[in-house]
Design a protein. Structure first.
Lengths: 204, 298
């Protein structure tokens, strides 16, 4: 097994899942208001290659959805990757009872055949996320769901700064080590050359 | 000569100039000894170390870190993170896995066994049974959950390139027919060819099918046992039951090895197909872990 320090360093990625774009708490049945009804689930469909405007959707899955899932563990999120580049890149949001006003305004008139059908108590709204960057998609989602962003605590920001500092130091250390290795190799090469000359002289 | 030697480090240049007049082979011995003396100290020390090491074999035990350096998690917290890492993945593909670090010597026996979980990890393990058709064995195999049973129909399917099973077992009565059918070339590279050596030719087909369906093989490698222990959709209780069963069995294995050998569980790490490893602290849930009911399903 890898040693503790390497593992702990790697585990710092969980900090990235707690804070950043997508780290927000969605309205649940308990915290729902008239304006923003509760969210029951999400479904994302996009094509596997990035051309045709599917890049943002994929980045949204990579970056935002883990954070969303971490802060809203009870909300099922499904993702479907298709091979149909012409097909839709669509995010389906399921509201309980009825969608929020913002959602019905922003709803796109596309269909996503991979999205599960809303149940009798749900209503779904499809967002067209083609040709959008993932941060824009996240803003859209925030607008229609009324998600409350989770602010990073001072301690988390501290840790983040520390990690940043470490990665900068790593660049410097890599350079220094490369220089040392190069010097060693040069030295060895020169010694070998010198030895070669001795051999030649011996043969004369 | 002069131009090339000017590129050399001063030490080497010194040597060259000193040996230049003496070109006879006989004079090489003093030259070599002189050369060794002027080598940098670090190299000389390195050589001494390497000769000293030859007799020694290194530490007897695997090096263990101090668990106090480690951030450890309750099961529910680790699950919450892992479920976030696995978001959007196929729920039948992504699995929880456990890495159990043992405290053990580098040499000596290793733990190797098979385990049945209270909650089956494999979503479906399709099993093929080769046995004489129309016998009691066939009925039993089907009852135990084998997907493909028979002789000729199995051979035909395999020859047609349709291998729709993950495990293949054979009854001794059908072994000759199997060998005659010449499937080794197809099944062999996939590790599906039944043979006595791998224990896939058995009399009691039914019980083996049962075992294969719920059983997982594990073994210790470099003091770590790695086993998949649950589907991502499992609830924390299901995962806890599986984890307990695993650790209990491993403890039993370790106890049953030999009187002189002590092996004990040192650390338990929960991980998943796409997630990092979380060292577990043995608690089920902590104060700020979410409700248990939400940590299951998709």
């Amino acid at each position: 097994m890898v040693n503790f320090f390497k593992r702990m360093r790697k585990l710092k990625t969980i900090l990235n899942i707690r804070i950043g774009p997508g780290a927000a708490i969605l309205p649940t049945a308990a915290s729902a208001t008239k304006e923003f009804p509760a969210i029951t689930r999400f479904h994302l469909t996009y094509a596997s290659k990035i051309y045709g405007g599917h890049q943002g959707a994929r980045h949204f899955w990579r970056n935002c959805l883990p954070r969303l899932k971490y802060h809203n563990p009870s909300i099922p999120i499904t993702v479907r990757q298709t091979t149909d580049q012409e097909g839709p890149a669509a995010l389906t949001v399921y509201f309980s009872e009825q969608p929020s006003n913002a959602a019905s305004l922003l709803a796109a008139k596309i269909t996503d055949k991979h999205a599960p059908k809303p149940s009798s108590t749900e209503q779904s709204v499809i967002l067209d996320v083609k040709n959008l960057e993932y941060k824009d998609i996240w803003k859209k989602v925030q607008n229609i769901t009324g998600a409350q962003e989770v602010a990073a605590t001072a301690e988390e920001l501290n840790q983040l700064a520390k990690l940043e500092e470490m990665s900068q130091r790593a660049v410097k250390d890599r350079e220094r080590n490369a220089a040392i290795r190069q010097a060693k190799a040069d030295h060895a090469r020169m010694l070998a050359e010198a030895k070669g000359e001795v051999e030649k002289l011996k043969q004369i | 000569m002069a131009s090339s030697s000017s590129l050399l480090p001063s030490v080497a240049r010194g040597i060259l100039s000193s040996c230049r007049p003496a070109l006879r082979p006989g004079s090489m011995a003093p030259f070599l000894s002189g050369f060794q003396q002027v080598r940098p100290a670090s190299q000389a020390r390195g050589k001494k170390d390497s000769t000293a090491k030859k007799g020694k074999k290194g530490p007897r035990e695997f090096k263990q870190g101090n668990l106090k350096d480690l951030e450890q998690f309750a099961l529910c917290d680790a699950m919450r993170y892992l479920r976030a890492f696995e978001v959007g993945r196929e729920p039948t593909v992504s699995k929880y896995e456990v890495h159990i670090r043992m405290k053990t010597r580098r040499d000596g026996p290793v733990i190797r066994n098979m385990l049945r979980f209270p909650h089956s990890v494999q979503t479906e393990s399709r099993i093929c049974v080769v046995c004489p058709p129309g016998t009691r064995i066939e009925k039993e195999a089907r009852a135990a959950g084998a997907v493909l049973v028979g002789e000729q129909e199995v051979f035909d399917a395999v020859k047609a390139g349709k291998i729709e099973f993950d495990r293949c077992i054979c009854h001794p009565d059908s072994l000759d027919a199997l060998n005659k059918a010449g499937l080794g070339r197809v099944l062999g590279p996939r590790g599906l060819m039944p043979s006595l050596k791998t224990g896939t030719v058995v009399e009691d087909v039914a019980s083996r099918v049962e075992m294969l369906r719920g059983g997982t093989i594990y073994r210790e490698r470099d003091a770590v046992i790695r086993v998949p222990i649950g589907q991502l959709a499992f609830s924390p209780e299901q995962l806890r039951d599986n984890l307990r069963a695993t650790i209990d069995q491993i403890k039993k294995d370790a106890a049953g090895l030999n009187d002189r050998i002590t092996k004990e569980v040192y650390e338990v790490v929960l991980s998943s197909t796409n997630g990092p490893g979380f060292s577990l602290n043995g608690e089920f849930k902590s104060d700020n872990s979410p409700d248990i009911a939400v940590l299951q399903g998709v």
